[in-house]
Design a protein around this ligand. Structure first.
Ligand code: RB5
Length: 151
């Protein structure tokens, strides 16, 4: 499975930790889409890179990190077909896969400890989607993609 990962300046340190964790897993191929430094960058650009990788089929799942995880979540969920889940603990990580079939894990580097982040990633990578009634609900969300304030 190919995992695309990107972050803004708030997430660079946590990304390095998660890269080392994922590189130990031979089932994963990592596509690191930046940023690599701590100079200020804009999170929508990095969310776009990961979403584009998923929507083009280049990657099957993604990880996005910013300071709070909020900006990355908002930016990524603008893309049709993207289900980005901001997870704070193993429970939200597990349910984001089982019920929401989240294809992007979002982490807030300034709100999560390194040990919890590692556990969240591990759970999120291995937990399967349950399908059934949860797929029906995802299909309902997809059908609402065209709605906007003008409607
Ligand atoms: C950057 O300072 C910060 O705004 C960003 O990392 C993120 O938390 C935005 O939602």
């Amino acid at each position: 499975m190919v995992i695309a990962i990107a972050n803004d300046h708030g997430g660079t340190v946590l990304k390095q930790q998660l890269l080392e964790q994922m590189e130990r897993n031979p089932a994963l191929e990592i596509l690191d889409l930046g940023t690599d430094g701590v100079a200020s960058v804009d999170y929508p650009e990095y969310a776009k890179r990961v979403c584009t990788a998923l929507l083009s089929g280049e990657a099957q799942r993604g990880v996005l990190i910013c300071g709070t995880g909020l900006g990355m979540s908002m930016a990524a969920n603008r893309y049709s077909g993207i289900r980005a889940a901001l997870c704070h603990d193993e429970y939200t990580a597990r349910l984001s896969r089982q019920h929401n079939d989240a294809n992007i894990l979002v982490l807030g580097a300034r709100t999560i400890g390194s040990g919890v982040a590692a556990a969240v990633l591990e759970v999120w990578l291995k937990e399967p989607f349950e399908g059934g009634r949860h797929q029906r609900r995802i299909s309902q969300m997809d059908a609402q993609d065209e709605l906007s304030f003008a409607d």
